[in-house]
Design a binder for this molecule. Structure first.
Ligand code: ATP
Ligand code: MG
Length: 392
């Protein structure tokens, strides 16, 4: 909802505008209210600064603005010459996954995407999508309970709805044996891995599959999309089409710790024969975009130096290969900077509220993931084909 003028705002909204203006004035930032936008979770107020107003006077004063409004947190940022003040709605709404289904299956935005990811809604309440094939790998970070697993379910459900099992395969890694195992019965899932050595074998298999695909495509097509498009025309009709493969890891730090413990018992020859999981993941992330192999991994502890069998893996080594990042609430500004290179994740509201960076979008943006219930998962497991069929 967008309110163009103060007069159209409710009494409660007008009260908040008055309190923000008073606080900004106290901070020596003179400005005038311009407009208000409201989505399911947030209310965003926009202010036009006076000619002599300095943004540096207010940009790090979030706590004081939140205090003036008696809300849990506020986020202040500069946009198109305006000051934006984002505050949580008292009557926060749930973004239900089932209410996203229709939009996802009919939206123009998802039409040309190879692997459409439903990202939930932006602060205005508009649906957001990204194409995993373009990203090409995604890192999800956030403290415990911030919403990583629900968001991962949202991504799995959206891809499973939009692509049939003949075009897409999931390999799920859940060393905690908790959240991803729920998708065991999904037709697209070829493996649910809970054991670290099986994961190592799987990653080595994926690298071999990458080499096989790359050799197959050489001189014929530049990527999997072009390769699969060739199937319809002579003389390539006999070629086998290739499935997208998406590897999803629920807790990366746990995987690295278990790998370190496992490899501590390896001798020199074993270490050479069975490389560290971090090295294999890094290799796949570096090479596999064109051949249709993609990675989504989540972690609770981005700032901890992740330990592998051989060395401390700096988080920077991992994140360099994951240009797309979803960052849910983190404890401190420093954690936020580790993931996004910016502050802000420490001010999030939890429960699916996140900041993201994706290819094609310049700045860090805010979004809210949809809530995927057990019923939604059961529906996708049993009815994905029928639901997709209704729209094709
Ligand atoms: N999009 C959402 N909308 C509403 N509530 C949510 C949403 N996402 C998460 N929650 C709430 O937060 C709880 C924790 O979410 P989730 O299990 O995804 O956290 P997590 O980050 O995976 O935690 P952990 O690191 O401990 O596994 C959920 O059980 C749910 O109650
Ligand atoms: Mg989780």
């Amino acid at each position: 909802m967008t309110n163009p003028s103060l007069l159209e705002c409710s009494k409660e909204q007008q009260l908040q505008i008055g309190r923000i203006l008073f606080k900004l004035n106290q901070l020596s930032f003179n400005c005038a209210f311009q407009r208000l936008e409201e989505g399911p979770i947030l209310r965003t107020f926009f202010f036009i600064p006076a000619l002599d107003a300095l943004f540096s006077k207010v940009i790090n004063r979030e706590e004081e603005v939140a205090g003036a409004l008696s809300v849990e947190s506020a986020r202040l940022y500069r946009v198109a010459g305006l000051l934006a003040v984002e505050v949580p709605r008292i009557d926060r709404q749930l973004i239900r996954f089932d209410s996203c289904l229709h939009n996802m299956l009919t939206s123009e935005a998802t039409k040309d995407m190879s692997l459409p990811l439903l990202m939930g809604q932006n602060p205005k309440g508009n649906y957001l999508y990204a194409d995993l094939a373009v990203q090409p790998h995604l890192l999800i970070a956030g403290a415990t309970g911030s919403g990583k697993s629900i968001a991962t379910s949202q991504l799995i459900c959206s891809m499973a709805l939009m692509r049939p099992p003949s075009e897409l395969e999931f390999i799920l890694v859940d060393t905690k044996n908790l959240d991803l195992v729920l998708f065991k019965g999904l037709e697209h899932v070829s493996a649910v891995i809970t054991d670290i050595n099986k994961l190592r074998d799987q990653l080595q298999e994926l690298l071999k599959e990458h080499d096989r695909r790359a050799a197959l495509m050489t001189g014929i097509s530049r990527n999997i999309k072009e390769w699969n498009a060739l199937q319809s025309g002579w003389p390539y009709r006999a070629l086998q089409s290739l499935k997208y493969k998406v590897l999803i890891i629920d807790e990366l730090a746990d995987v690295f710790e278990r790998d370190a413990a496992e490899r501590a018992g390896f001798d020199k020859d074993q270490k050479a024969a069975f490389p560290a999981i971090s090295a294999l993941l890094k290799r796949i992330a570096q090479v596999s975009r064109a051949t249709g192999i993609h990675i989504i991994c989540a972690t609770q502890r981005p700032s901890v130096g992740m330990i592998t069998g051989d060395a401390k893996v700096k988080f920077g080594d991992i994140k360099a290969n994951f240009p797309a990042r979803f960052c849910f609430k983190l404890p401190t500004m420093a954690d936020s900077r580790v993931v996004l290179d910016e502050n802000g994740a420490e001010l999030l509201l939890g429960k699916g509220d996140y900041l993201y960076k994706v290819a094609g979008v310049d700045n860090v943006q805010r979004a809210h993931s949809a809530f995927v219930s057990m019923d939604d998962i059961a529906l996708i497991l049993s009815q994905h084909k029928e639901i997709r069929g209704m729209y094709v």
